[in-house]
Design a protein. Structure first.
Length: 118
């Protein structure tokens, strides 16, 4: 039972990447999913959320208009489309799956590195 992130890499400023958060061993559609990131020397930052049925999303202010979160039930995966990337988006990106009313940290992936640099 795990979440696995992928899709990170090196991209130039203004470029795009699509991150994937794939669930293994459970149905991701029953979980709220949050993308978080951690830049070098900084704490975890909440990036974007999507609830279990995809009817509600959240974006941090600095991501609004640039990032889009979505889910594909058939592929058991949640995506984070990142456009107009900036150097300050450089971080390790993690996905976290939780269920409403269920205490605990939920499921975490191992992270995927995103580097935005010319």
């Amino acid at each position: 039972v795990q979440l696995v992130e992928s899709g990170g890499g090196l991209v130039q400023p203004g470029g795009s990447l699509r991150l994937s958060c794939a669930a293994s061993g459970f149905a991701i559609s029953t979980y709220d999913i949050t993308w978080l990131r951690q830049a070098p020397g900084k704490g975890l930052e909440r990036v974007s959320d999507i609830n279990s049925d995809g009817s509600s999303t959240y974006y941090a202010d600095s991501m609004k208009g640039r990032f889009t979160i979505s889910r594909d039930k058939a592929k058991n995966t949640v995506y984070l489309q990142m456009n107009s990337l900036k150097p300050e988006d450089t971080a390790v990106y993690y996905c976290n799956g939780t269920q409403r009313g269920v205490p605990g940290p939920g499921y975490w992936g191992q992270g995927t590195q995103v580097t935005v640099s010319a």
